[in-house]
Design a binder for this molecule. Structure first.
Ligand code: CP
Length: 379
């Protein structure tokens, strides 16, 4: 693994060759060496950007993105990444496409793939659907390109699904490696549920954090109240990675226990598991009334756990009383986190978010730019 220093990233052409034409739909799709290469490219692109060096490696290409959910950061990071690479970004509301009238994901992939040069997708609200939608879209694109002998590489970038939020968790990882250049081995990370009154949030961020940070030797504690479990394959992946990396992974039902001696805390809300599952049938039936009722019950359930807040008392339990606070944003201030803790970490969460543009650039560049190591070295 060659990512302990993001200031001196190692770009290995042989590993970058393996990423050419690839789509990362889960961080688990890439092996450790491939993830290291991706992070090295992100770091190099970030350094070039900071130095004001332009990297228009993909001029006159279309970076199309479909969002089936709201977004502030990821939409702008997609547009920013595409623009920095010389691509034309276009972002479309997924519900405004013919998918709403029954067009399949495979058909959609073929149609979008014939025009676009890269496709971003956010489809995160329905358990069991988002990641498989992306895989079907990719099949549609790949089948079309193969059938027509079209040599273009049209990768899919997962901009958040039901399982993972890879551009977020990789940005989180870049920020952690910037903050802890010695690496994550032995660091204690608390990924905790926190109270939210705003909406039943997807499970993909805590799942993605558990799956990714355990690969780097961190001791990850997942904390949540009863009823807020995560998808079983993600928990199994986190446990497997921890065993392989020399880190650890445990699940507790106490925010205090997770925070005790933590180096890093990541308190955020997600929806109750059983109600997130109930959404699947209501969504398939296009039953807006049932969806609204499930949302009401989810918020009622959340409200039983108003004491799950990241506040000054809990931060005092962390290592030296001064853990790094992280959040993918937007945070519910006054519910997930106290105003004082957020005020103290406002710049930190912005620096965390700022990595996403370079992670998306790295995903697009590794998938699409031939001889990338040479081009980055020459830039
Ligand atoms: N964290 C994150 O993905 O932010 P947006 O939902 O605003 O894109």
């Amino acid at each position: 693994m060659q990512t302990s220093s993001l200031e001196r990233p190692v770009l290995e052409p042989a590993v970058l060759d393996r990423l050419f034409g690839r789509s990362l739909l889960l961080t688990d799709d890439y092996d450790q060496t491939e993830l290291g290469a991706l992070l090295a490219v992100a770091a190099r692109l970030a350094a070039l950007d900071r130095a004001g060096t332009k990297t228009p490696f993909l001029p006159h290409e279309l970076a199309y993105a479909l969002f089936f959910d709201n977004s502030t950061r990821t939409k702008s990071a997609w547009a920013g990444a595409a623009a920095r690479l010389g691509m034309q970004p276009v972002i479309v509301d997924g519900s405004s496409t013919q998918i709403a009238h029954g067009e399949t994901a495979v058909e959609t992939g073929a149609m979008l793939g014939m025009n676009a040069h890269a496709l971003g997708v956010r489809h995160d609200l329905i358990l069991g659907e988002g990641n498989s939608f992306m895989r079907d879209v990719r099949k549609g694109i790949d089948d079309y390109l193969a059938a027509t002998g079209d040599p273009r590489k049209v990768p899919i970038v997962n901009l958040q699904c039901d399982v993972d939020h890879p551009t977020q968790t990789l940005a989180d990882l870049c920020w952690l490696l910037e903050r802890f250049p010695e690496g994550l081995s032995g660091k204690r990370i608390a990924m905790s549920w926190a109270y939210s009154p705003s909406y039943a949030k997807p499970l993909s961020v805590p799942q993605g954090i558990a799956m990714l940070m355990t690969r780097f030797g961190a001791h990850v504690t997942l904390a949540h109240p009863d009823g807020y479990s995560l998808m079983e394959p993600c928990l199994a992946s986190a446990a497997r990675h921890a065993a392989e990396s020399g880190g650890s992974f445990r699940v507790v039902d106490s925010m205090d226990e997770a925070f005790r001696d933590a180096d890093v805390v990541y308190p955020k809300s997600w929806g109750p598991y059983d109600l997130m599952l109930e959404r699947v049938a209501a969504n398939r039936a296009r039953d807006a009334k049932a969806m609204g009722e499930i949302e009401r019950r989810a918020l009622e359930r959340n409200a039983r756990h108003r004491d799950w807040i990241c506040d000054e008392r809990r931060m005092a339990l962390t290592k030296g009383g001064d853990a790094l606070y992280m959040h993918c944003l937007p945070a519910d201030i006054g519910a997930e986190v106290s105003p004082g803790v957020m005020a103290r970490h406002t710049v930190n969460v912005a620096r965390e978010a700022s990595w996403k543009v370079h992670v998306i650039m790295a995903l697009l560049a590794t998938a699409k730019v031939p001889n990338l190591a040479e081009k980055l070295a020459a830039a």
